[in-house]
Design a protein around this ligand. Structure first.
Ligand code: URA
Ligand code: URA
Length: 149
């Protein structure tokens, strides 16, 4: 689960199709050994905030019912929150990503893992190793081996 559609996502009506989406695809395919089609990708917000600014609390509140219904229908066993907006809104906390990551949380019986947002990783590539650690934790809990290089 990501934050909100950006420019490309707004145009195409699909989540994570821009630059951050390309990194997300790499994480799923090269990092996890899955196909993008194997996972369901959703955003916390359903509209792009003006100039991609951080969504206002009222905007998140307006979209909450939509992502809650998506999760009710999907009933995933695992959910990965990408970045602060997804993590803090889903888990209703103000704790930073750096302190939420690296362990599982619970949302209505779903195992929730928090990691950095791919757009944040594009700006801070030195943090990629921590996301890789989070992915390894996820794979281990799922009983999957990391893909062979
Ligand atoms: N960032 C997000 O959080 N979601 C998208 O769909 C694209 C970029
Ligand atoms: N802060 C954010 O907003 N997102 C991240 O991914 C990490 C820190």
């Amino acid at each position: 689960m990501g934050e909100a559609p950006g420019y490309d996502e707004d145009k195409q009506g699909e989540p994570f199709v821009g630059a951050a989406g390309q990194l997300l695809t790499k994480i799923i395919e090269n990092g996890m050994g899955l196909r993008r089609d194997d996972v369901y990708i959703l955003n916390t917000l359903k509209c792009r905030p003006p100039q991609n600014r951080t969504p206002e609390p009222a905007e998140v509140a307006n979209c909450r019912g939509f992502f809650e219904q998506q999760l009710d229908i999907l009933q995933p066993e695992y959910l990965v929150c990408l970045g602060a907006v997804a993590a803090q809104n889903l888990l209703e906390t103000t704790v930073a990503v750096g302190r939420l990551r690296g362990k599982f949380h619970d949302y209505r019986g779903i195992k929730v893992l928090v990691t950095y947002h791919p757009a944040y990783l594009l700006r801070n590539p030195e943090e990629k190793r921590k996301t890789w650690d989070d992915i390894k934790l996820l794979l281990a809990d799922m009983g999957l081996d990391p893909p062979k290089k």
